[in-house]
Ligand binder design. Sequence first.
Ligand code: GRF
Length: 223
Amino acid sequence: MRNPINIGALASGGGTNLQAIIDNCEAGVIDGRVAVVISDREGSGSLERARKHGIPAVHAHVPKTGTPEWVQANRQITRVLRDHEVDLVCMAGYMRKISPDLLAAFPGAIMNIHPALLPSFPGTHGQADAHAYGVKVAGLTVHFADAEFDQGPIIIQAAVPVLDTDEEDTLVARILGLEHQAYSQAIQWFAQGRLQISGRRVIVDGVPTATDATLVWPPVELG
Ligand code: GRF
């Protein structure tokens, strides 16, 4: 594994996850560097954040999913990632499906972050769906991408309590803060060569094999 690893980010939106990855690379928390940022949205905050850090920022026009033009656009994205010798592709708020070609170009090296505890609440409104459902515990999932949205082998999950006073935005904010930490941790494990995919499971070398950690919400008052 190259050290530091070259990270290629795909991002559609504001890019706070991307910013956390950039910051952690620059701080040496991640043994990596963001080599290129590609967005399907020309004016996205993620491209602006890349430019501010002198990182190549590329807008890729991505037509309707499934069309021949979409296939071609994903081949172009693959070429850009390869040109920058990317070792790990990080989807950081990338709201588009990636093509089989792109997946095949980076086997076991494309990650995504989803703001819910998959397989619960997939899709583009994970936090809102969890809040509307009335869950007491919400959270995030970092997983390896596969051909479908939000279904690949899970690397790390993190949970937060849902307060009775929460609105969607306060829950989104609580999860987002944890996203930034969890995504960087997953990337660092990858950079250290500590992730082994075994079927649906991702084995992380060197993490505890026993724990009494729990998250119970609302808190138990018995005893
Ligand atoms: C995050 O909540 C991420 O989990 C989801 O899209 C959002 C992107 O936020 N996939 P940002 O652009 O990283 O701020």
